[in-house]
Ligand binder design. Structure first.
Ligand SMILES: CC(C)(COP(=O)(O)OP(=O)(O)OC[C@H]1O[C@@H](n2cnc3c(N)ncnc32)[C@H](O)[C@@H]1OP(=O)(O)O)[C@@H](O)C(=O)NCCC(=O)NCCS
Length: 151
């Protein structure tokens, strides 16, 4: 599996990966807009084509994971862990001292991933996700200290 920076002309393929990973996926246009925003960077894992990506922002000494998606067929092979580690390294190079993310508090796969990558629980945002008829879901805020991370 190869990790590399995402290209602006492949947002369609990234949207397809996102749609395989989320119930409320982001469109190619939304991904393109975020990728073009200040401090944004995206990394792709590719096999024959993109199978996973991470989209982050590093600005004013802080980094944030905006989204992380792995195609179901590519899961449990360390792809997400590799993307998180590479993104943390890139954020550190960009001058960030800490990396944050929000994750649904019932997303045990992602919470397990982030905890094994060294993130700790930093807070709770109640009703952060709107799941339509299923109501609101809380988000955990997680934080990785990039100064001390062993990644
Ligand atoms: C969460 C997600 C990104 C994990 O991707 P992945 O490539 O399968 O993860 P990895 O193989 O790198 O797993 C690394 C560690 O995370 C944890 N983990 C990953 N998937 C897990 C699962 N389904 N159940 C429990 N723990 C899991 C494990 O600790 C795993 O280490 P191990 O395989 O040695 O036990 C992927 O399942 C996904 O895209 N889910 C839908 C979208 C999503 O939830 N994104 C994150 C939102 S913040």
């Amino acid at each position: 599996m190869k990790l590399r920076g995402a290209r602006g002309d492949e947002v369609g393929a990234l949207a397809e990966v996102h749609a395989l990973a989320f119930d409320h996926p982001w469109s190619a246009a939304e991904i393109a807009e975020l990728m073009g925003s200040p401090g944004a960077f995206a990394l792709v894992a590719e096999d024959a084509g993109p199978v996973a990506f991470i989209l982050c922002r590093a600005i004013a000494g802080e980094a944030e994971i905006l989204t992380l998606a792995v195609s179901p067929a590519a899961r449990r092979r360390g792809v997400a862990r590799g993307l998180v580690e590479a993104a943390a390294g890139a954020a550190r190079i960009a001058g960030a001292e800490a990396m944050f993310l929000e994750v649904a508090d019932d997303n045990l796969a992602a919470i397990g991933l982030y905890e094994t990558a060294g993130f700790t629980r930093a807070g709770l945002r109640r009703g952060y996700y709107d799941r339509g008829p299923q109501g609101l879901a809380d988000a955990l805020v997680m934080r990785l200290d990039l100064g001390r991370a062993a990644l």
